[in-house]
Design a protein around this ligand. Structure first.
Ligand code: FAD
Length: 310
């Protein structure tokens, strides 16, 4: 069995694996797609101490760093079930889609998350070419430009307030007849001079010139009339979905499906720790996921030295 098995090969999982391997214990990483969301990212300008890098390049560096150590990387493998230990200090099982079961004395879950998409024409084509999902990441790229934020929940309204301080103009589009964000956020949003709010608005298309976004089409759900909003960027804020469906019923998840962890990264199941975007950690970012992955590995190691036979 592994001493530490990491499920997920994004920034959180890579950090966990490196911290674990450096303790000289038997470490494995099972990942559906090593690199995680970083593979889908273009410019990264907030990876502290690196002014600029690109996702695919960072993903290669993550894997190289892990491969500096004796880590068993099982890429292109999907975990489908977690089986808690039957006794304190016992082995935890991770079942894979291919039928195999991996056993480990401690497990770190770092399966990340995915942004809910609008699924409208143009969204996929212009991803990273005007269609963005992370205001903390890509906001500054739109300095002085016009953007839309899709979604009037807390994250959409927070994004619109944040972006209004950077860009020239923000159009916030909410599908429902009213915003769903906290009242205090809505008040703040309405006080901003460069924000237009559209409610009962359905974004039906992202328009572009072949290489970048030029606008969106918004349909008024009451009248049925469509209008085109000219702009350079669209931030889609209609939900971040943690990749935790496979864990339902085995450990505590929040109402958003995030793995509930404490300050040390411990989950509700003994010997099972978690880190990164799949968890209740506030803010989903690369440096935060890496820090959380390191925390989870150190906590799992602490668990091992307390439960192992002398
Ligand atoms: P992820 O990166 O999501 O990795 C999850 C890993 O788990 C993957 O290897 C995946 O294949 C694997 N996995 C999932 N389910 C299973 C399963 N059942 N079995 C096995 N493996 C599984 N952050 C920044 O800090 N700066 C940026 O500029 C930035 N830009 C971004 C741009 C885009 C387009 C996106 C989508 C995100 C961006 N982010 C950015 C956010 C950042 O990518 C995430 O916060 C970070 O990758 C989270 O790391 P993670 O390890 O928790 O999860």
């Amino acid at each position: 069995p592994f001493d530490m098995l990491v499920v997920g090969g994004g920034p959180a999982g890579a950090a966990s694996a490196i911290y674990a391997a450096r303790k000289g214990i038997r470490t494995g990483v099972v990942a559906e797609r090593f690199g995680g969301q970083v593979l889908d990212t273009m410019a990264i300008e907030n990876f502290i101490s690196v002014s600029y890098t690109e996702g695919p390049k960072l993903a290669v560096a993550l894997e190289q760093h892990v491969r500096d150590y004796e880590v068993d990387i099982m890429n292109l493998q999907r975990a489908t079930k977690l089986v808690p230990a039957s006794e304190p200090g016992g082995l935890v099982g991770v079942e894979l889609e291919n039928g195999a079961t991996l056993l480990a004395r401690s497990v770190i879950l770092s399966t990340g998350a995915r942004w809910r998409q609008m699924n409208v024409p143009g969204e996929e084509q212009y991803r990273n070419k005007g269609v963005a999902y992370c205001p903390h990441c890509d906001g500054p790229l739109y300095k002085g430009k016009r953007v839309a934020v899709i979604g009037g929940g807390n994250s959409g309204v927070e994004a619109a307030i944040d972006l209004a301080g950077i860009v020239a103009h923000v159009t916030l589009v909410e599908f429902d007849s009213k915003l769903r964000a906290d009242e205090v956020l809505q008040r703040k949003l309405r006080s901003l001079p460069n924000v237009e709010i559209i409610v009962s608005g359905q974004t039906t298309e992202v328009l572009g010139d072949g290489s970048k976004v030029t606008g969106i089409v918004v349909k008024d759900r009451n009248s049925g009339a469509s209008r085109t909003v000219g702009l350079e960027g669209v931030f889609v804020q209609i939900g971040l979905l943690p990749n935790t469906e496979w864990l339902k019923g085995t450990l505590e998840l929040s109402k958003h499906g995030e793995i509930v962890i404490d300050d040390r990264g411990a989950t509700s199941v003994p010997g099972v720790f978690a880190a990164g975007d799949a968890t209740t950690v506030p803010y989903k970012q690369i440096v935060i996921a890496m820090g959380a992955g390191s925390t989870a590995a150190l906590s799992a190691f602490d668990h091992l030295i307390r439960t192992s036979a002398p």
